[in-house]
Ligand binder design. Structure first.
Ligand SMILES: Cc1cc2nc3c(=O)[nH]c(=O)nc-3n(C[C@H](O)[C@H](O)[C@H](O)COP(=O)(O)O)c2cc1C
Length: 203
């Protein structure tokens, strides 16, 4: 399919098939908090720690974030659908009806979120009708919970916890990913994987 054949509505629908989480990106400028809901957020690099999101050039919020030189990311929990709507609505006082605090680098972070990242703007790249914003993570914190999901233009929840939902399993998965290059087809890994899948042993 050529570029000329890309119908905007169909393009939007096609991209809607890509399930994402939702974050609220915030910043403080001259004592005023600013923030917008974003689903274009992604991790970019581990070393250095970089994340990215795309900001609509028509957004009235983005210029304030840009001017502050930094931003925070609050990863929304499944209970925070209304928070997302608030931070997507034009003209509302987005911070009036919810509790928030300042992160270590001075950007607002929303209570009840799953993860908070404090970032400094590393670079901004023009990308069509959006700006692609790279942020360097300078601090972070996380709590337990399940994410708000955005799919097909609607909000959803995970039907079941993901395989690595528990702390123990997440740590096991992390250690396994460090074993890249080993023969994972060997009987040893079959036994290890069945043990990881088994419920934790009782007391
Ligand atoms: C689920 C969801 C995801 C969104 N993702 C983005 C995004 O990635 N980038 C963006 O610039 N706006 C995104 N928006 C729109 C903004 O949250 C918001 O509507 C817009 O910033 C409002 O305009 P303002 O910035 O002029 O106040 C998203 C909105 C929703 C509901």
């Amino acid at each position: 399919m050529t570029e000329a054949a890309v119908d905007p509505q169909e393009f939007r629908r096609a991209l809607g098939q890509f399930a994402t989480g939702v974050v609220v990106v915030c910043s403080m400028l001259d004592g005023t908090p600013y923030g917008l809901a974003v689903n274009s957020f992604t991790s970019v690099s581990l070393d250095p720690p970089l994340v990215a999101f795309c900001a609509d050039k028509h957004s009235s919020t983005w210029p304030n974030l840009r001017a502050s030189g930094r931003f925070s990311v609050s990863v929304l929990a499944e209970t925070q659908q209304d928070v997302c709507k608030t931070f997507a609505a034009k003209g509302a006082d987005r911070f009036a009806s919810l509790s928030w605090s300042l992160g270590v680098s001075g950007s607002p972070r929303l209570d009840g979120a799953l993860t908070w990242l404090d970032c400094e703007i590393e670079s901004i790249h023009t990308a069509g009708d959006h700006d692609l914003v790279l942020g360097r993570v300078v601090a972070m914190e996380r709590s337990a919970g399940r994410p708000l999901v955005f799919f097909g233009g609607a909000f959803g929840r995970l039907a079941e916890p993901p395989p690595a939902a528990t702390e123990r399993e997440a740590e096991a998965a992390e250690s396994l990913s460090e074993l890249a290059g080993l023969d994972v087809e060997s009987p040893f890994f079959a036994v290890l994987s069945s043990r990881l899948a088994a419920p934790p042993a009782g007391p």
